[in-house]
Every structure is written in C-alpha cells, then in structure tokens.
Design a protein around this ligand. Sequence first.
Ligand code: NAP
Length: 470
Amino acid sequence: MTALGTPSQPLRVAVIGSGPAAFYAVEQLFKQPALVAEVDMFERLPAPHGLVRYGVAPDHAKIKTVTRAYDTIAGHARFRFFGNVEFGRHVTLADLPRHYHQVIFATGAQTDRQMGIPGEDLAGSHAATEFVAWYNGHPDYRGCQFDLSVDRAAVVGVGNVAIDVARILMRTPEELVKTDMASHALDALRGSRIHEVFLLGRRGPAQAAFTNPEVKELGEMAGADVVVRPEEVQLDPLSQAQVEAANDRTLVRKIEILQGYAVRKSEGKPRRLHVRFLVSPVELLGDEQGRVTRMRLVRNRLVASGTGDIKAEATGEFEDLEVGLVFRSVGYRGVSLPDVPFDERRGVIPNDRGRVIDPDSKGQVPGLYVAGWIKRGPSGVIGTNKPDSAETVASMVADVEQGAHWQPSEPDAGAAEALVLARQPLAVTYADWRRLDALECTQGQACGRPRLKFASVEEMLAALGRASTC
Ligand code: NAP
C-alpha cells in the first residue's frame, strides 16, 4: 500500500476560509519536508483574503501588500481555490470525508460583541465591524445605512478597530480618495457632516489596546485636531506601577504621545477627534423616532482585579454626551458553523492546539482542525496567525503519522471538483480572482484611485462574464 503524503497518494486537505490564517496553514502544509499535500480552499465570496481585503483600513495600503505572499502560496501546483462556494450550503461537513483526509476551519470571527447596555439597539447605534465591512466593500454590507448627517459620533473601545473607525470618520475626502475604499462609502463620507468624534476607553492610556503608530497617525490627519483631557492621561498609582514593572519602552512612548496631545494647541482644523479615557457607556438615549441622540457615560476608576489585572470600576459619577451616531468596537466574535462543535461562551471552535474537541466527550473529533480567530478568539495582528497556523499543521501532521485521519473513498482531485461544480456552477478559481484583482486596479487607475472594488457578488461574476443566479 502506498504511504499517505506521497506524490501518488497526497494528503488531501480542505480549508474553509481564505484569510491570513487559512493561507498560512496552506503554506505550512506545502512546507512539510516529508509530506505531499493537496489543498482545496473554499471561500463563500468570490474574493479571497478575508479581513485583509474586508477589514484592514483602506488608508493602510501597505498592510494589504501581504496578499502578494498569499498569491505565491496560491500559485502552488497542488492548490485550488473554490470561491463563491459556501460551507454548509454548497459543500457540507458530511461531504468532506468522502474527498479529503482532513479539514481546517479558518473562518475568522464574523460578528461583533455587544456592550449589553439599554438603548444599544436604537437607530444610529451600530457595530463598528459593520461600518468597517461597509467601507471596505464587503458584499454583505453594501446596503448598510449610516447617518453621516449628524454632527457628533462616538466610538466605544480603544482597540485597533476603534481607532480605524474614528480615523476614517475624520479623514478628508482628499485623503480618502487616495485609498481603495469602496466607492459607495467614499461618496457617503464625502457628504459627511460629522465634525466631532469621541473615542471612548473604559480604562486608562496605559491599558489602551491601540498601537503607537496608530496613535501617532491621529496627530497627522489633514482635517482633524486630536483633543485629549490632561487629567485622563495622568497615570494613577496602579497604572504607574504597572508601567514601571513592564519596563516596556513602547508603552512608555504611547503614554508620552497621548500626554503630548493633551498639551498640544489646536491647529484650528475643521474636525476634532476627542480621545477619552476612564469612561464607560451605561445607556444610549433616543428621540421619539427611536434615534440615538445621547450617550450616558459613567466615570471609572482603576482597581486591581483578583487576577492581578487592572480593571475599570464605575465611580457613580455620570456625564451625558450628545451624539447622533454610535459605533461599538468592543471586539469581534466567532460564528458557529453547521455541524461543527462551537463554544458559545467564547465564540470559538473548542480545540487543543488546533485539533477540534467534542465539548461533550472532550475527545478529539477526527479529521477536524481550526486556525486563526475561530481557534483562539479575535486577538493579535495578521502575523500572529503564522505561528498559530503552524501549530495546527503540526497537530495535523502528527495525526497523519498516527493514521488518525479520514479515509476518503474518492480521494482524487477530479471527484471533489465535480462535486463542487455540481453544487455551485458559479464557483470561482484563483485565476478568476486574479482577473478581478487586475480589473479593479485598472478601473481604479483610470480615475486616479488605487483600485475600484467590486462591491457585490453579481458585479464580480458579471466582470468574469458569468451569469449570476445567487
Ligand atoms: P481589541 O483590540 O480587543 O479592543 C477592544 C476594545 O474594546 C478594548 O479597548 C477594550 O477595553 C474595549 N472594550 C471591551 N469591552 C468593553 C465594554 N463592555 N465597554 C467598553 N469598552 C470595552 O479588539 P479590536 O479593536 O476589535 O481588534 C481585534 C483584533 O484585530 C486585535 O487583535 C487587533 O490588534 C486586530 N487589529 C489590528 C489592526 C492593525 O494591526 N492595524 C487593525 C485592526 C484590528 P479593555 O482593554 O478595557 O478590555
């Protein structure tokens, strides 16, 4: 019998999702010295790259160049991409063991966490993740409406996503036109009347999740001044001790930058971005039409938690902030997949170093693996997924060595392709995607922009000369 993982009997792996974690897992599989792997990647949308395309801020073009590495991985002779193919609809979990030895789920975290406060569902209160997907041209969010005719907006949270959203709201049309932002969003933001944005951190500057380059970038915006209250960036004794113990130059610098903003004179720019600390929204209040008009904030003090962390504790002192638009940006959350175990509390697929674990028996579910945010939760930057995916692939390889994998009855690439095309005749290949990519760039350059994104599945299929039925 031929050994699995050889040229005549390659290890056949299905990968669900096409973001960074998915591509790094494929890269690892192809890098294995003693294993020949054959990979089919399935993606619900015709366009790959997940949050690199639909999450990274449009004014952070350099970060997106990471997709060149993904194109190289996709160029491997034993790689195939099936875009516009949805797991659970076109291809189910029950189909996979017939054609593959293993499957990796790398579907990310597709929804957001909620604040859990009264008024959160008022009109004008949105998930930041929806706004991000909308301005990045995600087909599912094209129809979203954000009322940009209001004067003031609040963004809750001080993570990287919150700062992206605040910055995009504050950018001038001249700054935005240079980006690959979706045209519908660019048009809407051109007409925006928002001139004040409040970025709200529940803890202090020493605990803020955003990074130094991003804080510095705020001070360099063409049309907006940064406003920081001096008393909110003075370190309390607990934070002071935490910073000293951390001995982290980057953290010290972050606090210095913020303290610098607190003493900076206004440059008289037309818009103002207020970066606030030690405040938590406790309620959103609305008008008779059910539209948000105000946010009630409670001031916090910092206290040591039982686990040694520093946490926010409400003081009982309140203030009201007039805002017509609210974006909660308090973290992403994973979504369950049909027939795949899921930990509702953590929003992840339960796993041990990438091996999916049955929550009842606590045993491994043979053949099933996870990588990225659906494995560990929504943390880290794009590069964090490299070691994360490598860990998963190491588990997969160890299991292959033990013979612990599916035994597909039809392990040839042609049979899997026939199944996919029977279920979804409009499946898109990586070569199709490269054509779409080139078309977007050509169309953008014709009007002085880096790229004009196709923002619907229909547009993408039409550009490929394929009729859409979905
Ligand atoms: P995040 O970094 O986890 O930040 C979440 C923020 O929400 C924190 O400031 C957190 O405060 C706050 N928060 C949580 N619950 C809250 C509540 N109930 N009330 C008020 N505030 C609350 O999440 P993210 O910004 O969504 O980013 C997700 C991941 O993507 C991160 O790993 C991030 O680094 C990454 N990302 C990176 C980039 C980049 O590298 N440029 C860009 C975008 C995203 P506490 O700290 O007090 O909990």
